[in-house]
Design a protein around this ligand. Structure first.
Ligand SMILES: Cc1cc2nc3c(=O)[nH]c(=O)nc-3n(C[C@H](O)[C@H](O)[C@H](O)COP(=O)(O)O)c2cc1C
Length: 395
């Protein structure tokens, strides 16, 4: 699809399929097991109907807001995604720069192809870093120190990676890192010469954040490295310890339960990030928008709350904010744009989100982000408001 025909994030999803071999686009688009949760994220957002208001002065709409004291031009940030390198060689720095230009924030993944330091240069004073608890606390401490030295002010702890996921699309492709596809997938890769050329000649396929014997960890070494270093026994104790050592802001990602949200705040979290990893980790759990109200209630204003999962329209951002999120985040849509057209496409993705958000705000008659509240919903048609209790998540 020609760039000028791209008018939505869905267009970028379709365009990215033309740029990526199927095994790579399946890795990007897919989720765990039956992908029930992945689909529910989008479906439940879409099912929330908005109230159109008439004859309201909407000549001056502002989408500006702030997160943890940091100004944003719109309540949208980029979720952490590892492996952006396999979608486009510009990868993390390209997305980080586009986020800066859009007045947003990029969260760097601990499993990125580029190092934290490289991305920090592309987005000085504008970067959050996602971390995980490794088996060896020294590894975690080293990474936290690197984040501090790189000028990162906010750490985002991934709280949902203790268990392993099963993504069947990837298993069918025999996807490993770097990709070692079965014969059919080699043909597919060959029919995407642009991707193949970049992959063969572009950046070395390594994990930018980890060294092994003084050289960057190669992608095909990740599985054994993870087996050695992954911490399946991390608990709130590690979180509390990190809180006592880290003087910057601390956010916990992967919170899907009101009790966990309350615990996170008790342990000193500045932000509770409602996320089911875009349905990539644990299938058969609710959509994020469905658990948001109960989490907002449990947090009770003691920390900020964010949400990702299925954000595909500016309208979805408005819905998340109206239900109590300080900001929404999107993952795949930015990766679709990156794969389709690099940094300019990611900039355009932000513009599309912002324009749609402004349009939605105008129709519901709200001119500022702070004014977005649950009065924007058609009450008897708002399943998310009803179903939070159905999931037993109300406190
Ligand atoms: C390709 C890909 C890689 C991801 N890698 C990470 C990661 O390294 N760390 C993490 O916390 N979440 C990761 N996620 C999950 C995202 O942070 C985010 O929660 C999810 O993509 C949000 O859903 P959405 O894609 O529907 O917007 C990844 C998601 C995708 C699509």
């Amino acid at each position: 699809m020609r760039d000028k025909w791209i008018v939505s994030l869905e267009d970028y999803r379709l365009a990215s399929r033309k740029h990526l071999p199927k095994m790579i686009s399946d890795y990007l688009e897919g989720g765990a097991l039956d992908e029930t949760t992945m689909r529910a994220n989008e479906r439940q957002l879409k099912s929330l109907m908005l109230r159109q208001r008439s004859l309201v002065d909407v000549s001056a709409i502002s989408t500006a807001t702030s997160v943890l004291g940091h100004s944003l031009d719109l309540p949208l940030m980029v979720s952490p995604m590892g492996m952006l390198t396999i979608f486009h060689p510009g990868s993390d720095p390209a997305v980080a720069r586009a986020a800066v230009k859009a007045g947003s924030i990029f969260i760097h993944s601990a499993w990125a192809g580029c190092s934290l330091e490289e991305v920090a240069k592309a987005a000085p004073n504008n970067l959050w870093a996602q971390i995980a608890f490794w088996k060896d606390p020294e590894e975690t401490r080293k990474y936290v120190n690197r984040a501090r030295s790189a000028g990162v002010e906010t750490l985002v702890v991934a709280g949902d990676v203790g268990s392993s996921s099963k993504r069947e699309r990837d298993l069918h492709h025999g996807l490993s890192m770097p990709p070692r596809p079965p014969v059919a997938d080699y043909f597919d890769a060959a029919t995407h010469p642009g991707w193949l050329w970049r992959w063969l000649t572009g950046r070395k396929m390594t994990y930018g954040n980890y060294d092994i014997d003084g050289r960057p960890l190669r992608m095909n070494e990740m599985n054994s490295w993870m087996a050695e270093n992954k911490n399946t026994s991390a608990t709130w104790e590690q979180f509390a310890k990190l809180r006592s050592e880290w003087t910057g802001k601390l956010v916990i990602k992967g919170i899907m339960d009101a009790e966990d949200a309350a615990r996170a705040v008790d342990e000193g979290a500045d932000g509770v990030f409602v996320s089911n990893h875009g349905g990539r980790q644990f299938d058969s759990q609710p959509a994020t928008i469905d658990v948001l109200p109960s989490i907002v209630k449990a947090v009770d204003g003691r920390s900020e709350v964010y949400l990702d999962g299925g954000i595909r329209r500016g309208h979805d951002i408005a819905k998340a904010v109206a239900l109590g999120a300080r900001a929404a985040l999107a993952g795949r849509p930015f990766a679709y744009a990156l794969a389709s057209g690099g940094e300019p496409a990611v900039e355009r993705a932000f513009t599309i989100f912002r324009d749609e958000l402004k349009g939605a705000m105008g129709f519901v008659g709200k001119t500022s982000v702070d004014a977005l509240d649950d009065s924007i919903f058609v009450k008897n048609r708002a399943p998310a408001l009803v179903s939070a209790s159905a999931y037993g998540n109300e406190r």
